[in-house]
Write a protein that binds this ligand. Structure first.
Ligand code: BGC
Length: 358
């Protein structure tokens, strides 16, 4: 890793005669979520070690602020833009502005859609994230007629569609054969016979069950679903919850309902708060997406672009205009059974961050 970073620094220095003050611009969507603070910290550590001049800006969940951030960074003379968009489609304008200024555009974690000006997509295998949720819920279901509650991410985030497609690929056969009965989405019930959904079909479901990646929205949606549900539709609940922050909000709502005897909840990001929830039995699982790996991938990609090369790809993602080259990295399912090994023994977080870890 260190060797990479030194090469990166050198490559960028060589590529930019008269070294501009900021060589890499990194734009992340929000400081309101532990997930993106993690990415910021990992970037700062890695770039400092390399001595690379980089600036990280946050967009406060506002596409206009994001565009202004990108323009600021372009003015500062960046060579590579690493952009995690608030809104995948709206970010096309930023990508176009960067390309016009000769800046390479790397979509980070979330794809930028609707433009040919995306040079690479650094990402996790988001389809596997959704499949991991599905596999977990299926592993806990017994017999037929299990109550399934679906929740999704923000419809403006292309990832929400990929996560949902991954989950649907595992859950749909189990909905079709009666193992699960969907409680909270007419649109999903109407599509239960379809193994693969079109984007519009997915949008019809996500439109009903979106959390907007917002814990308050997740909370109020879960409350209204439980208010409408019968006691029989509660009992043991299987809840597809889309990330850790919203999972905790949803899990808290289900935990408060006296007719819910047990709720299985999913998540992603390995937020510290959710790792504690998993240890305490309040959230059932998360998916660890190792941000150290994503940051290293982003840096490797930038090194390659700075040298005028082409980063290695293993896959492409269609963004509506082009097939964007990408190299998705693996994710790990975390439950109470492997939380110590996956989170603490792996060095992701220190044991001292948690209580009751065995
Ligand atoms: C990311 C998740 C994150 C979510 C909300 C998604 O695009 O992949 O890790 O939890 O956005 O910010």
């Amino acid at each position: 890793m260190k060797k990479f970073l030194i090469v990166f620094a050198t490559a960028l220095a060589l590529a930019s005669c008269g070294a501009p003050p900021t060589q890499v611009g990194i734009v992340l969507p929000t400081k309101d979520e532990e997930r993106w603070i993690q990415d910021q910290t990992r970037f700062q550590d890695a770039l400092k070690t390399a001595g690379v001049s980089a600036e990280v800006l946050f967009s406060e969940k506002d596409p206009a602020k994001e565009k202004a951030n990108v323009e600021t960074l372009i003015t500062k003379g960046i060579k590579v833009l690493v952009l995690c968009p608030v809104d995948s489609a709206a970010a096309a304008a930023s990508a176009d502005a960067a390309a016009k200024a000769g800046v390479k555009v790397v979509a980070y974690d979330r794809l930028i859609t609707g433009t040919s000006n995306v040079n690479f997509y650094v990402t996790f295998d988001s389809f596997s994230v959704g499949a991991a949720w599905g596999n977990f819920l299926v592993s806990k279901a017994e017999g037929k007629g299990n109550n399934l509650y679906l929740y999704a991410g923000a419809a403006s985030d292309n990832n929400a569609f990929i996560f949902f497609a991954g989950a649907w690929s595992v859950l749909q056969p189990k909905i079709a054969d009666g193992t699960f009965v969907i409680v909270n989405s007419d649109a999903a019930i109407a599509l239960k016979g379809k193994a693969e959904l079109t984007r519009d079909e997915e949008a019809s479901i996500i439109g009903q069950v979106t959390t907007n990646w917002n814990p308050n929205d997740a909370k109020s949606k879960a409350e209204s679903h439980l208010t409408k549900a019968t006691a029989k539709q509660k009992g043991i609940a299987f809840v597809l919850s889309p990330n850790d922050q919203t999972a905790r909000a949803i899990a808290d709502v289900f935990a408060k309902d006296k007719d819910v005897k047990k709720a299985y909840t999913t998540g992603q990001d390995a937020d510290k708060a959710s790792i504690q929830y998993i240890i305490d039995g309040k959230q059932s699982m998360t998916v660890l997406k190792d941000t150290r790996v994503l940051v290293a991938d982003a840096i490797t990609t930038a090194i390659t672009f700075a040298k005028g090369g082409t980063p290695a790809q293993t896959k492409t993602y269609n963004n509506g205009v082009i097939d964007v080259p990408a190299k998705p990295s693996e994710v790990v399912s975390v439950t109470q059974d492997n939380v110590k090994a996956a989170i603490v023994d792996s060095g992701y977080y220190p044991a001292s961050d948690f209580t009751g870890l065995k």
